[in-house]
Design a protein around this ligand. Structure first.
Ligand code: GUN
Length: 282
């Protein structure tokens, strides 16, 4: 028997439709949520991401301002733009697409974004707020995972949650979010001893390691919920996750596919953060 599919495409579409209604209401109150999208250089993957983000804005009715800067842009020029966007009252969210060219210090740029406009949730203030349970922006992929669980009626309270991966963007924040919902959280990484044994404790397993189909059925407890954050290419060049879907689907009770699981949720949550920013700033 195969596990229930957690359909990120469907859930993200529903969220986008809810946001569309909310934005229409905000507009009648004279508030027009606006996201500034900054891209530096010619990275092809970044161009695709930025295009998709702008498309989502168009669909929902969020105004997007596009800043496509040359690869040669200096750090100071980028910081000047960020400072300008920080002070503009008609801009609610600022997104600087990463990675930035090597001569620009990403951390410095992120730190200069006003935390009240940090819709990516990457600013140390946002990360700190999450860790102490204060209001702030939550980075979009972990926020999307929480929505996938909530909207699939999967409870977290008292559950054994195992996260594989400790990145600042996914592993650490999803651990904090699961803890906030009263999960018992274990974070695994490259030095974890006997990874399959630790994973087999999980009622909810979140995998973000970037290794194609690394997690097979020997890592999975019967009835576990699997969230696959991976985005890789398999030996045939086909998109696949960190989890061997066909093998694990036989053991799990619910599982996210790749593509169509966590991926579409990230942009939906970015849009959510923009709407929240506009409400808070207006
Ligand atoms: N590059 C890859 N993913 C992201 C993201 O979520 N936000 C930004 N700003 N850059 C990225």
């Amino acid at each position: 028997m195969c596990a229930k599919l957690i359909d990120g495409k469907k859930i993200s579409s529903k969220i986008k439709d809810e946001l569309k209604t909310k934005v229409a209401q905000l507009k009648t109150d004279g508030i027009h949520p606006t996201l500034a999208v900054v891209l530096v250089g010619e990275d092809p993957a970044s161009k695709v991401y930025v295009r998709n983000k702008k498309r989502a804005c168009d669909y929902i009715g969020i105004r997007s301002l596009s800043y496509e800067l040359s690869e040669k842009t200096t750090e100071q020029e980028l910081l000047d733009l960020v400072h300008d966007l920080n002070t503009r009252e008609d801009v609610h969210g600022i997104l600087v697409q990463l990675p930035l060219p090597g001569h620009i210090d990403e951390e410095k740029v992120i730190c200069d974004i006003d935390p009240s406009k940090d819709v990516d949730g990457f600013h140390p203030y946002s990360v700190g707020s999450l860790s102490i349970g204060k209001e702030g922006f939550i980075s979009c992929t972990p926020a999307g995972i929480m929505q996938l669980l909530k909207r699939s009626d999967i409870s977290i309270d008292g559950k054994e949650c195992v996260v594989i991966g400790r990145s600042n963007i996914v592993g650490k924040p999803i651990g904090l979010l699961l803890l906030r919902e009263n999960g018992t959280v274990t974070t695994c990484h490259s030095r974890t001893k006997d990874l399959p044994e630790v994973c087999r404790r999980a009622d909810i397993l979140v995998v973000a390691i970037g290794k194609a189909k690394y997690i097979n059925e020997t890592f999975i407890k019967k009835g576990a919920v699997i969230i696959d954050v991976g985005m890789n290419r398999d030996e045939n060049g086909k998109l696949c996750g960190d989890v061997d879907f066909d093998a694990c689907c036989e053991v799990a009770s619910a599982i996210t596919p790749v593509p169509g699981g966590v991926g579409p949720m990230t942009i939906a949550m970015l849009m959510h953060n923009c709407v929240i920013a506009a409400q808070r700033l207006s």
